[in-house]
Design a protein around this ligand. Sequence first.
Ligand code: NAD
Ligand code: MG
Length: 389
Amino acid sequence: MVIAPRTVTIFGATGSVGRSTLDLIGCDPDAYEVLALTACHDVDGLAAAAVAHRAQRAVIADESRYGALKQILAGTGVEAAAGALALTEAAEMGADWTMAAIVGNAGLAPTLAAVRRGRTVALANKEALVSAGGLMMAAVAESGATLLPVDSEHNAIFQCLASGSLDAVARITLTASGGPFRTFTREAMRSVTPAQALKHPNWSMGRKISIDSATMMNKGLELIEAWHLFPVGLERLAILVHPQSVVHSMVEFHDRSTIAQLGCPDMRVPIASTLAWPARMETPCRPLDLVAVGRLDFEAPDEQRFPVLRLARGALEAGGSAPAVLNAANEVAVMAFLDERIGFLDIGRIVEDVLARSNLAPAASIADIQAIDLSARRLAERLAAELIS
Ligand code: NAD
Ligand code: MG
């Protein structure tokens, strides 16, 4: 029997998740037909990936790079496109399977456009769900799309939930590595540099999520992500620090059975589970060697040293547009830290200040969300500038 290749599109194809996805697709190229690959600025990386994977179209978000992209792709058979509208149009090509791996709220429009096509969307772009979770989940319900979580914790939970229903869940536990500063005092965190913060002990990831892991905002965003994906209520969602990143998360059912998903910290494992879902595919990933791992440690998260965890939980409790404000302020503060304009501890301070000074009323539309996002960004930029002066 000949199985038709599955059509795939990857948003954020030049990033860490995007490249891991292409690596898996490259393991069995005849099984997939790549419709579109997208990137923000990296024309060379995008063009190389599009040619290597025989994509129909390559889309660069930064319109000023359209000429360069068109020139590199001339004669290759790959179409070039650019700009925000072209990103949404790529989603509308209607791939069977779309990877949403743009970083930040910038991924919201294309991710939502892919969801509205009603096919399968593998979701890595957690910021889109944090920012517009209610509207996104409503679009999933309306279009009948299959939303498969890529984030390793949520992918683990999704897999654990195959053994029981949501209404039998007593507790969902998201594990967290604790990041590079897990054992640091607040005083020691005051002077850490971007280079130190970018050195994650277990995972190799993009810059923004690496800083989020260091502040533990990543776990805060993931708590909000889990709240939308697995509606069991905030009181049934817990966070547990597990420095080895082997147990990716777990679900405890009412009968007190706890199901966990384990694996080496390699994003290709959760990505493969969404690419092959509901089947399983072979991957080039290392098998888990628990003898070599030796021990698995667990500790409670420390909200005193990592106060953004409290801010994220507070944003969920406050509801309305608080998660969108939290996310936007965090994106700006993380960039300011990476640019060495503010200190590490200022990230949490800015997020807290922006939340305190913003109108957190619910958003009724994506346009509302984008307006709330923009005004939170402006305020966060202003606060970052005040810290410098
Ligand atoms: P990355 O920075 O390595 O890559 C981001 C991708 O998005 C790049 O292809 C970039 O060109 C594109 N992009 C950035 N800004 C854009 C914009 N304004 N418009 C259009 N495209 C833009 O990031 P990453 O680590 O691959 O993370 C991607 C997403 O996946 C994030 O939401 C992150 O939280 C999530 N995630 C990543 C990992 C990981 O291991 N890297 C794990 C779990 C979840
Ligand atoms: Mg994660």
